[in-house]
Design a protein around this ligand. Sequence first.
Ligand code: GLN
Length: 404
Amino acid sequence: MAAQPAQRVRRFTESVIREMTRLADETGAVNLAQGFPDYDPPAKVLQWAQEAIAAGENQYSVTWGDPRLRQALARKIGHTWGVELDPDRDITVTCGATEGVAASLLAVLNPGDEVVLLEPFYENYVPVSHLAGAKTRFVRLTPPDYRIEEEALRAAVSPRTRALVVNTPTNPTGRVLSAGELEAVRRVCLDHDLILITDEIYEHYVYDGRRHIPPATLSGMAERTISVGGLSKTLSITGWRIGYVVAPPPFSEAVRKVHDFLTVGAPAPLQVAAARALDSLPSSYYAGLAVTFQAKRDRFVKALQEAGFRCRPPEGAYYVMAEAPMLAGLSDTEAARELIRRAGIAAVPGSSFYHTQAPDPGHPVRAGRAPVLRFAFCKRDETLDEVGERLQRLAAAKGASAAG
Ligand code: GLN
């Protein structure tokens, strides 16, 4: 039949994260499903965007990104990595890290190539790999540690493997990959001539004194790493769609071609405002994110645990994967719906971060028996406290019904 969408689109469903947001909006539930802040970006950042629009920055910027933003990124990232980056060659501004990852995968994967993903994974990587015509191979990381083991990584690599995707700090597990784990990644990439695509959107969200290690800085990795980042989370501007890709020239050129024909460019005035933010915000701003979010993490994990959820404090990013014993017997998708119905709280079913929709017997989401849900805690303290109270009422109601 001709009048049908393409087969490649039938291989994946719509985003569960965004579906849960729609459900939250429909029901008025507190949205801890999609990871976006419920507070404003710094006031200055808003002012700079308004000024850029008023100053006439309203037409396409250079496709690769406004030069001022690429220069600001080169300074910030170059300083952090301890290298000199060329804004005209090494950096491409994209519509969010989402487009950055998509453009990178489309730029390097040939039909039939394999790409290795660490599972649980951020849900975008799979559909985009399929859009590129590639096959996905998974390395399952098991709770509660979700550690990368070199042997498991090697076992997933075949002669057809072209790339590996690593997200650190990790959505949804909250892992910050250690030097040892990244060394394993490095060895496997070098031994098998793999391209490493990183998603470092949560680079500043690291807790308990941990340090984010940019994989491109590891010995021998700069020439085979495509590093993706963005300002959505760092500046609380998820709706602005400002991301970027840092890569050596052959990959940058390929990413730029894909980006050009996908989106032409990220919003021009917002790029100008983002450049001013990078040039103006002191390093204490970034350090402050880790401090503020460690406190939010502690506040929220305590609320979850007091209500009977089982979880560990994440090492970084702003998500918690939690087991819900009070919803045992339900699938995680049913549990997410029940949590909206009974408590007015939206979360994401844990299985959305796995490639099998109905978990197989060895599936970690099922292994603990209780359904697993992912909560985002990038919210105002009042929101987290309100959720804490709702969770308490849920726990009390459950206790009462169990007693009765
Ligand atoms: N990265 C965020 C999350 O995991 C937002 C996802 C999205 O909708 N782009 O919730």
